[in-house]
Design a protein around this ligand. Structure first.
Ligand code: NAD
Ligand code: MG
Length: 381
């Protein structure tokens, strides 16, 4: 019996994690955390999974929840202290970080210090604080188990192999809903168009990030930290149907890949039970019907999310934080229809140009950089 805590339980990854728990029946859920905007769902989750502790970000929402679950033996906490309290609970073996944004950094660090394995979906944590998280995880002897489908595929393709023999990582990308379009086609695209992902059903922010290829850029940085490779060893390959979830090429030229129908429950379940595999209901690949898998080079001239991410990663230090923070605010503005699609690139690029890099930033410096980036953007857009 394993015990987990989930940060971001009401989101896309969070709810699918709970579906995996419901299907397997041998994982105990000790704690759940979410933002205050979907308290009804959170309450249903509390009644179904019986966690002993729950965190809601906003204290007002936590108060409301306390009232509605007062018949249950659950303690409801709030704010960053609440998130951290959940992350270090004695009985928790694995912390599932399914929260969006840099808010995940502190709870992840505290969980690692408390010896918890991390099932990591919250890629922003590694993008901005990979230089802190990875050495700390090694020092504390905890595992960072990737939940992102590409990184899980790489992780699975590395099973039993000597990491020193990696020649390169082939990170696959669907290309998003606008694959094949040129800059002029993107000038007038609407939020509704960008939210139509061809293969995956995900949270809104990451769906927009897939349309801009910023998501792939964040994943390049995530891969760099997770697998300790250089940027030059990461190649993005467009594979529109999301059948190959990523590949590893070894020094002898052999390429090992993980394939499957697009279903986030597979990487989630793999992280929860690693190194074991469990039955997972769902569609299987039918190679007869599939008939072909096609590949393309990413269009780095149109989809600037990818080259900007490589630039940010190469610059290092606090620059990936600027890339990530600028994108977060720009995507939020785009979702609220306050800027156009292509302005997202403009905002990221201008924020990066204005930034003076801090080498090896501390958590405080990362959060200060995030704040400074937001302020710069608010003053200009
Ligand atoms: P989502 O928007 O669907 O869910 C986010 C969750 O975080 C919600 O439960 C929300 O309530 C919670 N949350 C937000 N702010 C919070 C706060 N201040 N305090 C507590 N909880 C808070 O997002 P998602 O698509 O599930 O993505 C979560 C993370 O996983 C992101 O980092 C994303 O990049 C990554 N990821 C998602 C997918 C996917 O298929 N959705 C795939 C790979 C990686
Ligand atoms: Mg992914």
């Amino acid at each position: 019996m394993k015990t987990i805590a989930i940060l971001g339980s009401t989101g896309s990854i969070g709810t699918q994690t709970l579906e995996v728990v419901a299907e397997n029946k041998d994982i105990k859920v000790a704690a759940l955390a979410a933002g205050g905007h979907n308290l009804k769902l959170l309450e249903r989750q509390i009644r179904q999974y019986c966690p002993s502790r729950v965190a809601v970000w906003e204290e007002a929402a936590a108060k409301e929840l306390r009232a509605s679950v007062r018949d249950l033996p659950v303690r409801v906490v709030s704010g960053m202290d609440g998130l951290i309290e959940l992350s270090v609970m004695e009985e928790v073996d694995i912390l599932v970080t399914a929260i969006v944004g840099m808010i995940g950094i502190r709870p992840t660090i505290e969980a690692i210090k408390a010896g918890k394995d991390i099932a990591l979906a919250n890629k922003e944590t590694l993008v901005t604080a990979g230089h802190i998280i990875m050495p700390l995880a090694r020092e504390c002897g905890v595992r960072i188990l990737p939940v992102d489908s590409e990184h899980s595929a790489i992780f699975q393709s590395l099973n039993g192999e000597d990491r020193k023999c990696i020649s390169k990582i082939l990170l696959t990308a669907s290309g998003g809903p606008f694959r094949g379009k040129k800059r002029s086609d993107l000038e007038k695209v609407q939020v509704e168009d960008a939210l139509k992902h061809p293969n995956w059903s995900m949270g809104q922010k990451i769906t927009i990030d897939s349309a801009t290829l910023v998501n792939k850029g964040l994943e390049v940085m995530e891969a760099r930290w997770l697998f300790d490779v250089s940027l030059d060893q990461i190649q993005v390959v467009v594979q529109p149907k999301s059948i190959i979830h990523s590949m590893v090429e070894y020094v002898d030229g052999a390429v090992i890949a993980q394939l499957g129908t697009p279903d986030m429950k597979l990487p989630i379940q793999y992280a929860l039970y690693y190194p074991d595999r469990r039955y997972l209901p769902g569609e299987r690949l039918d190679f007869g019907k599939l008939s072909q898998i096609t590949f393309e080079e990413p269009d780095m001239e149109t989809f600037l999310g990818l080259p900007l991410a490589f630039d940010a990663s190469r610059a290092g230090g606090s620059m990936p934080t600027v890339f990530n923070a600028a994108n977060e605010l720009a995507v939020s503005k785009f979702l609220h229809k306050r800027i156009r699609f292509l302005d997202i690139y403009e905002i990221i690029s201008a924020s990066m140009q204005a930034h003076k890099i801090i080498q090896n930033p501390t958590v405080e410096e990362i959060l200060m950089t995030e704040q400074a980036t937001y302020e710069l953007i608010e003053s200009r857009w």
